[in-house]
Design a protein around this ligand. Structure first.
Ligand code: COA
Length: 189
């Protein structure tokens, strides 16, 4: 789907799909492919594509990000991220240090800050990213990961709790090229 956005005719094609009913709604430049629930207090970039997802109040989503069947409970999501099925980002938490964890019995307080996800981050199916976490630009989060610590740029993390599996690129030179490529694309988008 994100390939559509890179194609010069991509937006036209999305408009045709909208006309034909394959895309159910478009809203301020956001393309809703299938049912999505989102608060009016979400801030959207351009060319965002959302499929079957829940996006909570206060979330911001950068240009060109594609979200499929995910739940974004809080957070700032960067540009051109790919967020797969079953991903949960920034869930609220209960303060287990309090005498009780039920908010019906005691206010649980404001909790940690929403997570911040960089640009061009790929988050694999069913991964969870907690509040208070920063995920660096170009990082990849493997399927099923539970991210409990900050993720540096351009690494691949996986597991529970998520640890670095490997660098995304084999050398500093390759990484620098990728960073420059992304910067150029972002500047032109
Ligand atoms: C992260 C990912 C891209 C890595 O792919 P890869 O480079 O082919 O990885 P490899 O198979 O070479 O595995 C490298 C190491 O990471 C480990 N690993 C791979 N995926 C893992 C995961 N999800 N959780 C934990 N460890 C994982 C492997 O066991 C291997 O460990 P080892 O070196 O000790 O043997 C891939 O595993 C993944 O999660 N893809 C996401 C797919 C997805 O969710 N798609 C949704 C639609 S976009």
């Amino acid at each position: 789907m994100t390939r559509l956005l890179l194609n010069p005719l991509g937006i036209l094609r999305l408009k045709i799909w909208r006309f034909l009913g394959f895309i159910k709604a478009s809203y301020s430049g956001v393309w809703i492919v299938e049912g999505a629930k989102f608060s009016p207090k979400v801030s959207w970039g351009k060319k965002v594509i959302i499929r079957n997802s829940e996006i909570a109040s206060g979330v911001s989503i950068g240009d060109g990000t594609y979200i499929s069947s995910a739940n974004i409970a809080s957070g700032r999501i960067g540009r051109y991220c790919s967020i797969a099925t079953g991903v949960l980002i920034g869930p609220s938490e209960h303060d287990y240090r309090l005498p009780v964890t039920s908010p019906h019995l005691l206010d649980q307080g404001p909790g940690k800050e929403p997570p911040v996800i960089g640009d061009d981050v790929w988050i694999g199916a069913n991964a969870v990213v907690f509040r208070g976490i920063a995920v660096g630009t170009g990082a990849v989060i493997a399927t099923g990961a539970v991210v409990t610590r900050n993720v540096p740029p351009y690494v691949i993390v996986g597991g529970v709790p998520a640890k670095v599996i490997k660098d995304r690129f084999g050398s500093e030179e390759e990484r620098a090229k990728a960073e420059a490529f992304l910067m150029e694309k972002l500047a032109r988008s």
